[in-house]
Design a protein around this ligand. Sequence first.
Ligand code: PMP
Length: 304
Amino acid sequence: MADPYARVYFGDRFVDAAEANLGVATSAVLYGLSVYTVFPVHVDGDQRTAFRLADHFQRMIESCKIIGLDHFAREWDFDRFVEVARQLVAENAPTSDVFVRATVHVDASIPGTRVRGLHTTVSMFVYDAVPIVPQDGMRLKTSTWRRIPDDAIPSRAKVNGAYVNSVLAKQDAIDSGYDDCIFLDGSGHVCELSAANIFLVRNGTLITPDASCDILDGINRRTVLTLAEEDGIPIDQRTVDLTELYIADEVFVTGTSAGVAPVTEVDGRLVGDGVPGPIGDGLRKRHDAALRTDDLRGWVTRLV
Ligand code: PMP
């Protein structure tokens, strides 16, 4: 991830990035007790627009509710969230596309392992929108680390501490010369990547693990499903075997930081002919257009 831009929202004010610090004894630092989201902001001349901001905000509300962080929903509504995003983007005046990371940190000091009622601080910062995976065909490796099951740390909640799981698996993949990992669940079914959802295409049908497969309910996953439905592409959301990826015609991934990006190799086997496929490519173009263009779906929020 690139460095944050100069001005950061932290604890109800805008400060210089160097001043936005959490204490060493806070639960956010000691236990990874924070929830977050990353949303994209597209820059077009003087205009700056956020994509699916209401859905990102809603997922933060839900993440907080799942882990018992009650403050956020009481103190924040969507209008307040938009206003902070608007001011943040205005203060930093990005000249090309950026990502915005918004986090609810539990910043109570040494409270032990509990959460309810503890003080929280919200931060928001901007950084360059550099994709975290290659965009022209990536190579994936199945991880020996299994995805954290929903009944251990809920995958629907975007909890910072859970990302140790992602770090372990992604580092292993990189150390082995791959671009990212594929997480399986305890039964060997496909879940997702370290920070992206996964899709495959077989005989014209778009297949992806359903939302109960220990995955994050990704906002770009939802976007691609909606676009595919509009295009009349048959969709199958279900459990997916690893070997289905080996014989897929196409594989691609979705995520704010990953984009809609093709996979050309899985565990040393070429996907299809080893080049990006037409269905994934079409959905990538449709997704890029949706991100940039205001439309009737209400997915785009004008910030500046
Ligand atoms: N899965 C995980 C584990 C992630 O961290 C992300 C990135 N937020 C995704 C999937 C994709 O989610 P989204 O489309 O909302 O960025």
